[in-house]
Design a protein around this ligand. Structure first.
Ligand code: ADP
Length: 464
């Protein structure tokens, strides 16, 4: 991969993440290039860029996912590097290879590292070799039905069937007993073939009350590697994160170090460069297991920025320019506590159906919420948004409008600030999940850190 200095950055994304990446790029003195589809011709990320290039029609496959169009836009504008954000082309190996050929820097890991983590079975084999703990299970190449069934019996029910090629929860099913195994296997194989053209399965012990705890890692191209501690993302709806926090409550210093070092081993095993996240399941007894590695900047990266005081996009751009990591492991510390709430244009009363329309008003009234509007006061509250008052919310893309991020001296203080900040959000014209976020953030069980990945399911009665 080509790493070299650049003065122009193309951001191959839209919405809040495109705006957030450009903010740091501008602060570093880089010229910023936006790309857009017809649905986004007047979007905030286009307004904020120094220059913008049209990619094509609204559908993502005709615009944001079009490798040749994105590379051509970079060529035409003299962009030396491309930041992919998350989603779209961020974990697309062939895109990274095409950039290498074109001599354009990809702000992310080498194609080989993306490939190593792209297949769940292959990734688990690599992680096992690197001494990273795995959920007990089977991830072998032999896919005979009877053999899989025997492996499931051996692991002990409940088990989780997962598509090796899977993602986004597709081709994944819990099997409660041996009697249900064959039907579940057939169903998963069908789903996986349809979604990924691949029906290889792996089996895991199904952990009944795990927490989702992930570690932020960073590697440079000189062999430097650090972890920037962990995030707890246990509050999920249909395997989608809703509320995240850092650090994870209840971590001991030794568990934090063990998980951090395992994550760094995982990254080093695959020759990683840049920002990455190693996701683990954490059991009630403190045992942790590798789940997967996301080879990109995560949606929830701001909570890590809040507790470490670091700008992860700046780190990414510096590493992409061939620089060493800005800090060593022993120079990184945790300050206070941070939460992130994801604001979606969706209707919780209608099974979270995506909502569209014109945003008549989109504002955060901090002073009104007693949070103060001074520079110092607003340091504690950050709104990463891809929209402004007057913008149109279409149905073409992910319905996330913005992320509300807060920081406090400790978890209780940060949670109080989150509740006040949520109340200070004034959104009119488009239905959002704000009320749902308020009920979550105000829930006594959440305040008491009773966290596991089924939190929303368990408390359904008081959340809807
Ligand atoms: P995908 O790539 O499809 O998102 P993951 O493997 O990342 O699938 O798992 C998604 C979510 O499913 C996790 O965040 C966790 O909540 C749950 N999960 C995954 N593996 C297990 C397991 N072995 N036991 C219990 N829950 C699991």
């Amino acid at each position: 991969m080509s790493l070299s200095r650049f003065d122009t950055l193309l951001v191959a994304n839209r919405g809040e993440i495109a705006c957030r990446v450009m903010r740091t790029a501008r602060a570093m003195g880089l010229r910023t290039i936006a790309v857009y589809s017809d649905a986004d011709a007047n979007a905030r990320h286009v307004r904020e860029a120094d220059e913008a290039v049209r990619l094509g029609p609204a559908a993502a496959r005709d615009s944001y996912l079009k490798v040749e169009a994105v590379i051509e836009a970079a060529r035409r504008t003299g962009a030396g590097a491309i930041h992919p954000g998350y989603g779209f082309l961020s974990e697309n190996g062939p895109f990274v290879e095409a950039l290498d050929k074109a001599g354009i820097t990809f702000v992310g890991p080498p194609a080989s590292a993306i490939a190593a983590m792209g297949d769940k079975s292959a990734a688990k084999t690599r992680m096992q070799a690197a001494g990273v703990p795995l959920v007990p299970g089977y991830h072998g190449a032999d896919q005979d039905d009877a053999l899989l069934r025997a492996e499931a019996d051996k692991i002990g029910y409940p088990v989780l069937l997962k598509a090796s090629a899977g993602g986004g929860g597709k081709g994944m099913r819990v099997v409660e007993s041996a009697a249900d195994f064959q039907a579940a296997l057939d169903g998963c194989r069908r789903e996986s073939r349809a979604a990924f053209d691949d029906d290889r399965m792996l089996i895991e012990k199904y952990l009944t009350q795990p927490r989702h705890v992930e570690v932020q890692v960073f590697c440079d191209s000189h062999g430097g590697a650090v972890y920037l501690f962990e995030r707890d993302c246990s509050v999920q709806r249909r395997h989608q994160k809703v509320l995240e926090e850092a650090p994870a409550p209840g971590m001991t210093a030794s568990l934090r170090r063990e998980m951090g070092e395992a994550a760094v081993r995982a990254a080093k095993e695959i020759g990683y460069v840049g920002a990455g996240t190693v996701e683990f399941l954490l059991d009630a007894d403190g045992a942790f297991y590798f789940m997967e590695m996301n080879t990109r900047l995560q949606v929830e990266h701001p909570v890590t920025e809040m507790i470490t005081g670091q700008d992860l996009v700046e780190w990414q751009l510096r590493v992409a320019m061939g620089e060493r990591l800005p800090l060593a492991q022993d120079e990184l510390t945790i300050d206070g506590h941070s939460f992130e709430a994801r604001l979606y244009a969706e209707d919780p009363a209608q099974d979270f159906l995506p909502a569209t329309g014109r945003l008549e008003r989109f504002a955060l009234d901090l002073a009104g919420a007693g949070l103060g509007s001074s520079q110092k006061g607003s340091d504690k509250v950050r709104l990463d948004s891809g929209v402004e008052s007057g913008d149109e919310v279409s149905m073409h893309y992910d319905p996330m409008l913005a992320k509300l991020i807060v920081h406090g001296a400790n978890r209780d203080q940060a949670l109080a600030t989150l509740n006040r900040a949520l109340a200070a959000l004034d959104v009119q014209g488009v239905v959002t999940n704000r009320g749902f976020l308020q009920r979550l953030a105000g829930h006594p069980a959440f305040k008491a850190c009773e966290l596991d990945t089924r939190f929303i399911e368990k408390h359904e009665a008081s959340l809807f």
